[in-house]
Design a protein around this ligand. Structure first.
Ligand SMILES: Cc1cc2nc3c(=O)[nH]c(=O)nc-3n(C[C@H](O)[C@H](O)[C@H](O)COP(=O)(O)O)c2cc1C
Length: 191
């Protein structure tokens, strides 16, 4: 599968078959993640591969309800974390990406860890898609509770997580805004 096909066909998958993920395929998606670019090549990311059903169950319990319309509903990825054979939790060392050696921020955005982790996780999701596997990036969860469950040390933040496994459905294609609505010419807002 070429990169354009992977980008277009990747969908958020929230139902998984119980089929196991081989160590070889797991290695491939983790390698894709670690080839991502990062701030001054600092590679602040760390990945926890969870296969333990008990730990997956506990982590699934940290997901927050999300507002859909007027209602607050259970996070749609909760069952996916329980079902999928693997859960990958992406953490990051804080205070590294976006900082000078003396700890001063280089930009007005302080810590760039979210950006670096996002790049690595996107590589991971595309590689998983190319191997016929599904993922869904999860952001709505209690990161402090997840850190406790996973023994994540101080100085390292839990950023996001994704189940990894074989899809048990074809993901719906959520529409995207027209390119003309989000791309400007020369200055912001000029189409
Ligand atoms: C930063 C981020 C956080 C997300 N958090 C959640 C989440 O907590 N639960 C969930 O079910 N999906 C979550 N998603 C998945 C989005 O809902 C999904 O990517 C979007 O609807 C587009 O669908 P697609 O991924 O199939 O193209 C998240 C995606 C991103 C990028």
């Amino acid at each position: 599968m070429d990169v354009f096909e992977a980008i277009k066909s990747r969908r958020s998958i929230r139902k998984y078959k119980p089929d196991p993920v081989s160590d070889d395929d797991l290695q491939k998606v983790l390698e894709a993640a670690h080839w991502a670019p990062s701030w001054a090549n600092t590679q602040c990311w760390r990945f926890i591969v969870v296969r333990s059903p008990e730990i997956k169950q506990k982590v699934a319990g940290t997901l927050n309800r999300v507002q859909i319309g007027d209602d607050f509903l259970k996070n749609a990825a909760t069952e996916a974390i329980r079902q999928a054979p693997v859960l990958i939790v992406a953490c990051a060392q804080t205070g590294i990406a976006g900082y000078n050696r003396d700890g001063t921020p280089v930009t007005d955005k302080d810590d760039w860890l979210l950006f670096d982790v996002a790049l690595a996780v996107q590589n991971l999701t595309l590689a998983a898609c190319a191997l016929g596997m599904g993922t869904v990036i999860v952001g709505a969860f209690d990161a402090k509770k997840a850190a406790e469950i996973l023994d994540v040390p101080d100085g390292c933040a839990v950023v996001t997580m994704t189940p990894l496994g074989y899809p048990d459905h074809t993901g719906q294609i959520p529409p995207r805004k027209a390119l003309g609505d989000i791309v400007y010419k020369d200055t912001f807002g000029k189409s």
